[in-house]
Design a protein around this ligand. Structure first.
Ligand code: SF4
Length: 454
């Protein structure tokens, strides 16, 4: 098989992996080597379905010994198969890098024979790249669960970032859809990587030439929408992963039906992109806004609201916390205000050392006053007092409406979230009505339901 044919097959097979983004790692080029990494990390672009696609993003092989129900590469699926040799992969990477097509490599793989054999081939490809081709660019490699810890160690010494996909949110779902995988087997390499990354940081602090182990940390990816777990379950799991394994990122991948299987949603089902979007918003609240999973969702409301982002939803449900006086509030209090992000908080804390802040100053700082004004006071004065309906209208998420309605699916939520609005939104979506008019009507209906519920 020609190399370009292999590339076509293996790059296409890799596109479903969403755990690929900027590295946050900075390493200058060195004499005698090719490539460097910048804070932008590996270059990335967005595919037509909205996923982040990094070049060169390929699989070592799509020949798989496993049979995960949701995966296009599963053993029982009849698709063209290919495998790179380590040298072929190096030639491709270097060729693309020299032509300036890519800034790094994202290397994943199906399980060829067994995890050890697959990882050995990946290690050999990365070794050749680093040692023979002197490639100094960014490399993100997947660690295959079940591989020997010594191979994971070697992989981590060659790659900048490692990731182990958690795949599905629970052991039950794993055993139903990916019978060859087990939660313990996935968490083991995660623990090893977390422990080795921390050790490597300590060694580097003492001796700057100590070998770096996965200096850009580790990440993971979870498929959502293929199994019945609630958003609360997923968010708790995410919080636990960040806490226990010091992950840089947890990526959520809306389930994209690619293979018919009675255990999965129908192939015609739309990927739950709005749910994926809400999970990313909540993930930011966990990482940058000092929220815990228990504050964002609870047993009574275990799923996200389609019309409000999680922070606005929390603010509307906690009137006792507001208003917040911007001139005296703590950082933690300011972070809870809708329309104020971590950067604005930093600027507020600095600016108020010099002067009392009013609305004009907050606007200049970058606060989104359209949302924040209902939740703050400036020098004891509330900029505006709104009725419940006005506040809800100001906080409605535009992503759930308008042209976005075509891209972000409400189907996930409608049966449980806002049953009052559901029939109308479905009707409009099916009627072929002008998108803007449909959005306006749907927005009004959602607002009515929301106001009644709050
Ligand atoms: S191990 Fe499972 S998810 Fe990975 S390539 Fe094979 S079938 Fe697909």
């Amino acid at each position: 098989m020609e190399l370009m044919d292999k590339l076509e097959i293996l790059a296409d097979a890799a596109k479903y992996d969403a755990a690929c983004t900027s590295s946050g790692l900075d390493r200058a080029g060195r004499p005698g080597t090719t490539g460097n990494t910048t804070f932008a990390g590996c270059c990335h672009t967005f595919s037509a379905d909205g996923r982040c696609v990094s070049l060169l993003k390929v699989l070592m092989t799509n020949v798989c010994a496993y049979d995960c129900a949701y995966c296009v590469n599963r053993r029982s699926n009849d698709v063209p198969r290919a495998a790179f040799t380590p040298r072929e992969l190096c030639e491709l990477t270097m060729g693309f890098y020299r032509r300036n097509y890519i800034e790094g490599l994202f290397l994943s793989s199906a399980v060829l024979l067994d995890p050890d054999y697959t990882t050995e081939r990946m290690v050999e490809a990365l070794r050749l790249l680093r040692e023979e081709y002197r490639f100094g660019g960014y490399i993100h490699a997947k660690a295959i669960p079940g591989a020997d810890p010594q191979l994971v160690e070697r992989l981590g010494l060659l790659a900048d970032r490692l990731s182990v996909n958690i795949e599905l949110p629970s052991e039950t779902s794993l055993s139903r859809l990916a019978p060859d995988k087990h939660k313990a087997g996935i968490l083991r390499p995660m623990g090893q990587i977390a422990q080795r990354t921390a050790q490597s940081r300590r060694e580097l602090a003492v001796y700057r030439h100590a070998p770096a182990f996965a200096p850009a940390g580790q990440s993971t990816q979870m498929i959502i929408g293929a199994t019945p777990e609630t958003d609360l379950h997923i968010l708790r799991l995410t919080e636990g992963l960040y806490r226990k394994y010091s992950l840089k990122r947890v990526f959520f991948s809306a389930y994209l039906p690619v293979v018919p299987d009675p255990r999965l949603p129908a192939v015609t089902a739309k990927p739950p992109l709005l749910r994926e979007h809400r999970l990313y918003q909540a993930d930011w609240l966990l990482r940058f806004y000092q929220f815990s999973a228990a504050e964002i969702l609870n047993e009574e409301e275990p799923n996200f609201d389609p019309y409000l982002d999680p922070k606005c939803n929390w603010a509307l449900r906690h009137p006792e916390f507001f208003p917040v006086e911007v001139n005296t509030a703590t950082k933690a209090q300011l972070l809870r205000v809708p329309g104020i992000g971590p950067k604005s908080v930093q600027r507020i804390l600095i600016a108020r050392r010099q002067q009392h802040l009013g609305m004009d100053e907050l606007k200049r700082i970058g606060v989104v006053l359209k949302r924040a004004r209902y939740f703050i006071t400036c020098n004891g004065k509330a900029p505006v007092r709104g009725t419940r309906a006005e506040v809800a209208a100001a906080l409605l998420d535009p992503n759930a409406f308008g042209v976005g309605m075509r891209q972000l699916s409400l189907d996930d939520f409608l049966p449980t979230a806002l049953p009052g609005a559901a029939p109308l939104v479905h009707q409009l979506a099916d009627s072929g009505m002008d998108a803007r008019e449909a959005a306006r009507i749907a927005r009004q209906e959602a607002l009515t339901c929301l106001t009644k519920r709050l």
